[in-house]
Design a protein around this ligand. Structure first.
Ligand code: SME
Length: 161
């Protein structure tokens, strides 16, 4: 039904990924379905990931709660300022961690994860949650990944929340 055409090695990878993800979610208003497909798409389009998914802000409990993802089962609830996800959420900015063993308070959901990239999802200055990517390879994520995904999530968040 969907073909992932974006090639990670290509210079236009993030532009292509952006266009593909926007096209995929535009016709669908169910948030869970869209987040599930976005996590799957990114997981399959980017090499060397062992986890890709969402933690969504839960107003009632004032913490992040696990959303749609690809990978092994993960911890369900993360408080603000806890772990890489809770810290990125609280700071309202993306965090790129080359080696999670060097990040004090990192929450180890899958012992295979070594590097991590977390992107907050904002709309009108409210942070609805974060996109979390894990890799078993040290230093897997680059500034290009961080910039590309920040740009994409800024646009997608306007449709998603
Ligand atoms: N490592 C994250 C927790 C989520 S899992 O990686 C899926 C963290 O420190 O926030």
């Amino acid at each position: 039904m969907y073909d992932i055409e974006s090639k990670y090695e290509s210079e236009s990878f993030y532009e292509d990924l952006h266009a593909e993800l926007v096209a995929m979610i535009l016709g669908e208003k169910n948030q869970i379905a869209n987040l599930a497909n976005i996590s799957s798409w990114i997981y399959h389009a980017m090499p060397d990931l062992n986890w890709c998914g969402f933690y969504l802000w839960n107003k009632e409990d004032s913490e992040l709660v696990l959303g749609p993802f690809q990978g092994r089962p993960a911890c369900i609830r993360i408080k603000p300022l806890k772990g890489v996800c809770g810290t990125a959420y609280s700071l309202g900015k993306s965090l790129l961690v080359d080696d999670v063993n060097d990040f004090a308070g990192h929450i180890a959901c899958d012992s295979a994860s070594v590097s991590e990239l977390v992107i907050p999802m904002k709309k009108d200055n409210f942070i609805f949650g974060v996109l979390d990517l894990d890799s078993p390879i040290k230093g897997r994520f680059t500034e290009r990944d961080e910039k590309g995904l920040n740009k994409i999530m800024d646009v997608l968040s306007r449709h998603l929340f």
